[in-house]
Design a protein around this ligand. Structure first.
Ligand code: IPM
Ligand code: MG
Length: 381
């Protein structure tokens, strides 16, 4: 019995290794990044998603229509709604992202996406993970700021490999042991490091924190650290410091030092965890936006989930659209509409943090999603 498991596992491992090496080849052969300025038309795909998704996305759409009114009427921007990325449809078809939905997404340049539910148990992968892989969205970019504390953080989380890429394809000897695999590739690490240092350079940042657990994960995190330093050598004006994820997690809750950090670059799973911690410091995971960026596509989303409990309790109309609005702001910035992104950021800040005349609480005592959206739109200068 044992010999049989070993033989099967070794065969499975060979398949994984070959697939991952092929992925390395594809990354090396990858095309140049898309130049949005050079595109005649930028197609923005809008995906409602599940639970509170369609409600917050309806407001995000109205907001974009208002901000981009001129560009939409001139044909420079096309907003297109993509149906079918719902949990019902995905379960019925047994696909994390149905083929026709994926094709519709690939026909767009950028995507704004509501939250999608991941079924517990079973074998269906999270739609997010599938889309990150299929569109090769290798940089998960998450800004967090607390101006009154001087906190202005930018997280560059590797988004396509690490613990996630083979997370559903581990090996098991039932009753004895289970093994999952973590993958760090040379080009995969180099491109996320490049993105983080380029961001730092373009935004006058002087420090990048490389966060791993390289003392324990010697091969994967060890290489991640080494490659980040190789990339850092091209940016002599920026210092690159090594940190371990455990102490960095502690540092983020230490008010005496946390505002010294600027840009973080880190492998997938550490980035997943620490960006929730960081968002909570900002005021809750519902307040942060998130961008998934690749060279050909970019997908922007709220950092929170589909909130099925709010829907069950009849509170879906009271969902907070702030996170998806921040994602919309990042989308505008990404496709080159810096002024519009700044206007939205300032309206959101005015409405949500300064004036607070209309407040969403997630309960019937608070404002509705629609009311808050109206308020933000009224604040657009
Ligand atoms: C995130 C989420 C996802 C992740 C889930 C929904 C698969 O937690 O975007 O941080 O683990 O990456
Ligand atoms: Mg997460």
């Amino acid at each position: 019995m044992r010999e049989e498991y070993i033989k099967k596992a070794v065969e499975q491992f060979e398949v994984l290794l070959r697939e991952q090496l092929d992925r390395v080849d594809r990354m090396r052969a990858g095309a140049a990044p898309k130049d949005y300025d050079a595109l005649e038309t930028v197609t923005v795909g809008l995906i409602g998603g599940d639970g509170i998704g369609p409600i917050i996305m309806a407001e995000a759409k109205r907001l974009l229509e208002k901000l981009l009114a001129e560009e939409i009427s001139s044909g420079r921007i096309v907003l297109t709604e993509i149906e079918g990325l719902t949990i019902e449809n995905r379960l019925a078809l047994g696909k994390a992202v149905p083929d026709d939905v994926l094709a519709a997404i690939k026909a767009c340049d950028v995507i704004l996406k509501g939250p999608t539910t991941t079924p517990k148990g079973g074998t269906m992968e999270s739609a997010n993970v599938t889309l990150r892989r299929e569109l090769d969205l290798y940089a998960n970019v998450r800004p967090v700021s607390v101006p009154e504390e001087g906190i202005d953080w930018m997280f560059y989380r590797e988004n396509t490999e690490g613990e996630y890429v083979l997370g559903s394809r581990g090996i098991e000897a039932p009753g004895d042991l289970a093994m999952d695999f973590k993958v760090t590739t040379e080009p995969g690490t180099r491109r996320i490091a490049r993105a983080a240092f380029e961001y730092a350079k373009a935004n006058g940042k002087t420090n990048v924190a490389i966060v791993t657990k390289a003392n324990i994960m010697k091969k994967t995190d060890g290489n991640f650290t080494r490659i980040c330093h190789e990339v850092a050598a091209d940016y002599p004006e920026i210092t690159a410091d090594d940190w371990y994820i455990d102490i960095m997690t502690a540092n983020l809750v230490n008010p005496a030092i946390r505002n010294q950090f600027q840009v973080f670059v880190l492998p997938n799973l550490y980035g997943d965890i620490i960006t929730d911690e960081a968002a909570e410091i900002q005021g809750g995971v519902g307040t942060a936006g998130s961008a998934n960026m690749g060279d050909r596509y970019a997908m922007f989303e709220a950092i929170h989930g589909s909130a099925p409990r709010m829907v069950e309790e009849g509170l879906a109309d009271y969902a907070n659209p702030s996170s998806i609005f921040k994602a919309a702001e990042m989308l505008l910035r990404h496709i080159g509409f810096i002024d519009k992104a700044d206007r939205l950021a300032s309206a959101l800040h005015q409405a949500g943090e300064i004036e607070k005349r209309v407040v969403v609480t997630g309960t019937k005592e608070g404002a509705t999603c629609r009311e808050f959206a109206e308020y933000v739109m009224e604040k657009l200068a």
